[in-house]
Design a protein around this ligand. Structure first.
Ligand code: EPZ
Length: 419
């Protein structure tokens, strides 16, 4: 298990380039199971999560090639049984359930289980697939789904935390092979859902309303291969913007899709960060004094839960009292105890943390616990006085492509030490 050693206090300069979106690549890779034909996907980030998905596709019988960010998949003859030891490595594997059910008429996928940010239920996924006509049972840790045919329905896809991203993906993919029309009400609106819908339309499906709460899908007899380029990763871009803000640095971030980041940009501007845009490049300028914020995460286009931890790190050293509430994953605060080890003053009350800004953080050994918490600790280390050791960086390698190399290239003093 590698660790990062970060020497804090260095301003960043130069430009960072955003990779393709992890959360778009994963469901799009799953969608290749819907066709026997060749699928070509560009700008797939080289992450442990994407590598796990490719391993899963190979296990299911697909031919998979991965070269310089381009993945070629041909799922000509596949089976539909995904074992626990593959699925447990990455919760998002659950998004193969809809495609396998639609393609093979049955699927056995291990229940993904929870993770440190929450118990991660899939009840809404199963509700949607049952509505399309699937018979689904769960026993001894596996989901057994079968359907002689899928029939389009009007389906409400919501729970107490609102819409579900991968649940919307699963039902949308299954509906492309259902007879008739499916309406998904309360669909997730994330850009990654829109990217998947664009791929399904390239494959021959007819989908209207992706990006809104109501998606209409007409089933198709056959789905074809496709070629597609993944959208930029808005969370990686947001993480880099916070790296600039927390170190008070003026840097450029290339390959940004601003329209996907309005909530993030709005909060950073409220904090005091200034932006100038030229095409897909954003130039940031950051004053010494930054403002406290009140943030509540929400489903898209609200403030993303995947940026909550990174903002907690930033708000630890902005003057004033900040309040951060996570309405999507109420327990997603593993980073707070580690930030407090670095001198942050934060008081966690249920799904809300009150942060009193301090003049500076102090470097310390800290433990990464999940993907975005790890990113928050790296950001805190960039700004802290002295050295910070972030242990178990395999968490961060799940969702950030070569983040140490990218940060070093703009002046951060960060090195990866193999353990
Ligand atoms: C996706 O996860 C993302 N992952 C997550 O990013 C992201 O945090 C999340 O959406 C919310 O935006 C990928 O896209 C691979 P949800 P997903 O279903 O789809 C509850 C990262 O850091 N819920 O939208 O699994 C659930 O417990 C990752 O890149 C149910 O109750 O999340 C949560 O509270 C972490 N029943 C809320 O809904 C269900 O059947 C939103 O979850 C499904 C979800």
């Amino acid at each position: 298990m590698d660790k990062f050693i970060i020497e804090g206090g260095h301003r960043l300069q130069g430009s960072l380039t955003v990779s393709g979106s992890k959360n778009s690549a994963l469901p799009i890779l799953a969608a290749t199971l819907l066709t026997r034909e060749r699928c070509v996907i560009h700008r797939v980030p080289n992450l442990s999560d994407t590598r796990h998905m490719l391993e899963l596709l190979r296990y299911l019988g697909a031919e998979v090639y991965y070269e310089q960010g381009t993945v070629i998949v041909r799922a000509e003859t596949i089976h539909a049984q995904a074992p626990y030891d593959l699925v447990r490595k990455m919760r998002a594997s659950i998004c193969i359930l809809g495609p396998l059910l639609a393609r093979c008429g049955y699927a056995q996928v291990s229940l993904p289980g929870g993770c440190v940010i929450g118990d991660r239920p899939i009840d809404i996924h199963l509700h949607g697939l049952r509505a399309l006509g699937a018979t689904i049972t769960t026993e001894s840790g596996n989901i057994h789904a079968s359907a002689t045919r899928l029939v389009g329905q009007e389906i409400f896809m919501g729970g107490k935390f609102g819409s579900t991203v991968l649940g919307t993906d699963n039902v949308m993919m299954a509906a492309t092979r259902a007879d008739g029309t499916t309406i998904i009400e309360n669909a997730a609106c994330e850009p990654e859902v829109v990217d998947l819908a664009q791929v399904l339309c390239k494959m021959g499906a007819s989908i209207q309303g992706a990006g809104t709460r109501r998606i209409e899908i007409q089933g198709a007899r056959e789905l074809h291969g496709f070629e597609h380029t993944i959208i930029p990763d808005r969370i990686e871009a947001g993480t880099f913007m916070v790296a600039a803000a927390i170190t008070r640095s003026a840097i450029q971030i290339r390959g940004v899709c601003r329209s996907h980041m309005q909530a993030i940009l709005s909060q950073l501007e409220a904090c005091g960060v200034r932006f100038s845009a030229e095409g897909q490049t954003l130039s940031l300028s950051v004053p010494e004094k930054l403002n406290a914020l009140e943030i509540a995460t929400d489903t898209y286009p609200g403030f993303p839960t995947d940026m909550q931890a990174q903002f907690c790190a930033l708000l630890s050293i902005t003057s004033g009292i900040s309040v951060v509430t996570d309405k999507i994953f109420p327990n997603r605060f593993m980073h707070i105890s580690e930030l407090k080890r670095m001198g942050a003053q934060a008081d966690l009350q249920g799904n809300t943390v009150i942060i009193k800004g301090v003049p500076y953080l102090s470097g310390a050994p800290v433990m990464a616990s999940d993907l975005r918490a790890s990113a928050a600790l790296v950001l805190a280390g960039l700004a802290a006085k002295g050295n910070t050791e972030v242990l178990r960086v395999y968490h961060i390698d799940r969702g950030y492509e070569r983040i140490d190399e990218k940060l070093r290239a703009v002046g951060a003093v960060i090195k990866r030490v193999p353990q």
